[in-house]
Design a protein. Structure first.
Length: 190
């Protein structure tokens, strides 16, 4: 009986391995409404004088997944985002913020078709933030100073959809965290 169950397990594993041709996924993305955007809006509103203009970008990032089964992929997400606050009179940057995030990730593929797929994902890791003020901002506000910090960061992708060929696909995601409320990008599977 033990030999029968062992033989069945090996047979199922080999079928699963043969059915899955593309184990690796590499992607690039751009998101909107990320956690770092919210952080930048709050900090720049405190640091900026009336009339200053803020510009946010990112997160811009890369991701990698290794599919250990047809439904589960393990990998990592890395992203960069930033913010600049420009003085309206001098047109110089008063405040510059940079956010670099690295998160291990797990992806759950719950619909896999030849040219379409749907998935959810969970990521958690660390965000490194660098805030720098120029000399004029430090003169205007004696409490202004350059800072660096590290903090916990996450991404919960409630719904992701990918579409295209078997190797190259576009994708869109809706979730919350550092990749943003909405995220879009390109993915290559091999």
């Amino acid at each position: 009986m033990k030999k029968f169950f062992l033989t069945m397990c090996v047979a199922l594993l080999s079928i699963s391995i043969q059915a899955q041709e593309q184990k690796h996924e590499v992607g690039v993305f751009y998101g909107a409404g990320s956690a770092s955007d919210v952080f930048s809006i709050i900090t720049s509103s405190f640091a900026a004088a009336a009339g200053d203009q803020s510009s946010f970008w990112g997160p811009i990032g890369v991701e990698y997944y290794y599919n250990i089964s047809p439904t589960i992929g393990l990998g990592a997400v890395a992203s960069y985002a930033g913010c600049k606050v420009e003085d309206e009179k001098t047109h110089k940057d008063d405040l510059t913020e940079s956010f670099f995030t690295v998160m291990p990730s797990v992806k759950f593929n719950w619909l896999r078709k030849k040219n379409f797929g749907m998935y959810s994902a969970l990521s958690a890791g660390v965000m490194f933030c660098s805030i720098s003020c120029n000399d004029n901002a430090k003169t205007y506000d004696p409490n202004a100073k350059d800072e660096s910090l590290a903090a916990f960061m996450f991404q919960v992708t409630a719904l992701g959809a990918e579409f295209g060929g078997s190797a190259f696909r576009g994708f869109v995601e809706a979730g919350v965290g550092e990749k943003g409320l909405f995220c879009a990008g390109l993915r290559y599977k091999f």
